[in-house]
Write a protein that binds this ligand. Structure first.
Ligand code: GDP
Length: 439
């Protein structure tokens, strides 16, 4: 995400590197580079110009502190301004109504149906009881697609393939939701290949009749400036409440994320980062700004980890570690937890400084495969008693898992080392000692 822009901004900052102070001249030069970087990322000209003018003004007016370099100061200003450009604070969905009605709008292929499923899953994980309504009357496949997603995430879907009337289907869906105590009704609507009057009239009609509390406009971030223009047309007609930018995992240059707020003055509420149902993130402008500047996104990383974190399980694990009873079953479970957090490369990319380094490195989700195979080839006794895995057992495990004897031995050694460190950390006094001895 945004690698190109990151590279170019890095280069722009280089102008200031090694300079002792911020001057009219070096700032002007840096701003020229930054503006170029933004235009290359497909940010519209006016937005880029206003943005760099503001950054320049702030940089020149900033108090010069001896403790930070001009480059650092500018990074901070850029970070704040980028966050402001993308909307400042994160904007939550308004979910207080029962049922809350959410209308999903956008062009064909933008990712509406996929997002409908992702949103339902997201809300479900927050304790809501959503119903999805299949309102795409033109594409029978869209109805099936939603039904499949519904089954996958275990969320009910209301569909009526007999009807060709989107308003009627939406109203029926809402009634169905009320009947079944669904507190959120998400209505997926039909798109078109491009903006046309019929589509606009139809969706306006659905809006007028269903009186949604949220209208989310879904747009493919890969379409760059087109995304921004489409957003403008939809917003003029629908006055939507938020934007969903999809496909930010792809080769997008990021222009849509940076310009949409300033053009339509509506917040980006979610971003789609993959085809799977859990590839959805709440949009935090400040975190995204840090990510664009290569400052990483530790907060998102921590949040994702927390989502997967089961407190009770963690307490049990702690107890086992203290008693030095952490075994291969626990280790295997930990790997599954890490895998649930998402694609390894994405996760690494969130760590400051690592994102760029990892750009060309191919880590895939198979990274754990051989470790998993080795553990799976152990008997239940061996998993619980790693110390009992003697050379004979190692050879059998290697054969069973299709790995080499060295691989098994290496894993056992790493496991033992890990256990030692874990044990030390579970004892506060020993942990403190360990920390003091660190370089
Ligand atoms: P709709 O016509 O607007 O309902 O679009 P769909 O939901 O059918 O999505 C169109 C295509 O984009 C499908 O192949 C989706 O899997 C894909 N897609 C949707 N969202 C994302 C995303 O965030 N990332 C990626 N890589 N693909 C996505």
């Amino acid at each position: 995400m945004f690698e190109n822009l990151q590279d170019k901004l890095d280069r722009a900052f280089k102008v200031l590197k090694g300079q002792g102070s911020i001057t009219e001249i070096n700032v002007a030069e840096t701003m020229k580079e930054i503006r170029k970087a933004l235009l290359d990322a497909d940010v519209n000209y006016k937005t880029a110009k206003t943005f760099t003018d503001q950054v320049k003004e702030k940089a020149l007016g900033a108090n010069v502190l001896t403790s930070i370099s001009p480059g650092q100061l500018l990074t901070k200003i850029m970070n704040d301004e980028l966050a402001a450009l993308m909307g400042g604070e994160a904007t939550e969905l308004d979910l207080k109504n029962n049922p809350t009605i959410i209308l999903i709008a956008g062009l064909n292929g933008a990712g509406k149906t996929t997002f409908t499923g992702k949103l339902a899953l997201h809300l479900k994980s927050k304790g809501k009881k959503p119903l999805m309504v299949a309102g795409d009357v033109y594409r029978p496949a869209a109805v099936d697609q939603l039904k499949v997603l519904g089954e996958q995430i275990d969320v009910p879907v209301y569909a009526n393939t007999e009807s060709k009337d989107p308003v009627a289907i939406a109203l029926e869906g809402i009634e169905e939701g009320k009947k079944n105590n669904n507190n959120v009704v998400i209505i997926d609507t039909a798109g078109r290949l491009s903006i046309d009057e019929a589509l606009m009239a139809e969706i306006s009609d659905v809006k007028a009749q269903t009186k949604p509390h949220e209208i989310l406009f879904v747009v493919d971030s890969m379409t760059g400036q087109d995304a921004v223009n489409t957003a403008k047309v939809f917003n003029d007609r629908l006055d939507f409440t938020g934007v969903v930018l999809t496909k930010l995992d792809g080769d997008t240059r990021g222009g849509a994320a940076l310009s949409i707020k300033s053009v339509v003055d509506k917040p980006i509420k979610f971003i789609g980062t993959g085809e799977k149902m859990d590839a959805l993130d709440v949009f935090y402008p400040d975190r995204m700004a840090s990510r664009i500047l290569g400052m990483g996104d530790v907060v998102s990383l921590v949040e994702r980890a927390q989502q997967q974190f089961d407190e009770q399980q963690a307490a049990e694990l702690q107890k086992k570690i203290r008693k030095n009873k952490f075994d291969f079953n626990d280790f295997y479970n930990q790997i599954q937890q890490i895998k649930k957090m998402g694609n390894m490369k994405d996760l690494m990319g969130m760590i400051p400084g690592v994102g760029k380094m990892m750009k060309n490195v191919d880590i895939d989700d198979n990274a754990f495969k051989s470790v998993e195979a080795i553990i799976q080839s152990m008997t239940p006794f061996e998993k619980e008693n790693p110390d009992a895995i003697n050379p004979g057992r190692r050879a059998r495990i290697a054969r069973g898992s299709g790995t080499k004897l060295e691989d098994v031995s290496k894993l056992l050694k790493q496991f033992e080392d890990m256990r030692k460190v874990m044990k030390q950390f579970s004892n506060p006094a020993a942990a403190a000692k360990l920390m003091r001895n660190m370089p």
